[in-house]
Design a protein around this ligand. Sequence first.
Ligand code: GLV
Length: 334
Amino acid sequence: MTTSTNSVEAVKPTKSVYVARLLTDAVTRELDSHAGLGFDIGQEAPPARAELLERVTGKDAAIVTLTERIDEEFFTAAGPSLKVVANVAVGFDNIDLDAAARHGVTVTNTPGVLDGATADHTFALILALGRRIVEADRFIREGNDWVWGPRMFVGLDISAGATLGIIGLGRIGRAVARRARAFDMRVIATDATRPLGSSVDGVEIVTQEELLATADVVTLHVPLLPSTRHLINAETLALMKPGAYLVNCARGGIVDEQALIEAIDSGHLRGAAIDTFEGEPRVNPELIARPQVVLTPHTASAGEATRDRMCRLAVDNVLAVLDGREPLTPVKAS
Ligand code: GLV
């Protein structure tokens, strides 16, 4: 356990912040400059539940990640001193916002600083799937004999008329759309806030049914909410264009993984790329066993500068609230 306290000996920390996971090196170094604050910093790995509850007790603030479940028990353990929980993630499905409100605790997240990195990763997965990069890499590493042939590893012609369907045209969805437009893809999207039939930066707003029936690649960019849990299920998968691909860099719970596996096995879907999992960090072995599935361990936002920005925004939110100012990026219960 590393404990970083203010380096100016004369100034005794008056407020204490529990940091559940190690932040990036750059942001960890910056913590020493915050006079009057003591930081109780955890390890690289997530804390065990008992440790989380013990170390948050009596703290004024907590910086947590999506691996920590922040619920009634957490707020009760923390006690009345806790003013703010800053999640180092844009998603906040790990936090019970009603419990936070009951305890008068502000919750913040990190929107706007990870759109580019997440969209880059999403697009990397689209390219990897469409052009069968992982399958082909594995084929060579396995030592297979090969010779160039017109039928070898044929995949999706991404820039020759393929259609990308974006479910959720928020900041990340729009960043994915910009990349797809640069690759000459037709881009369609669903978005609850925009009129059907309208066009935003070259992206056509369509119904979910039309999107599923038309897109060669469907990519998910909605938060995990009760209304989006298993949005992709046996029924919606059946509506997808035969031979299409699914990409999920949002949250695992949005996809019914068993239904996805069945859609791949039946040949209805040609493949899927998955960055987030239903039982995370457990990965369904049936997904691992399917060569048409590309897997990454929830790393869509893992750009170096992006991770610094996420950690710094979480710290800045804590500083603002402890200073009596408005948080920069509060989560609002919808
Ligand atoms: C990562 O998944 C995030 O929500 O920021």
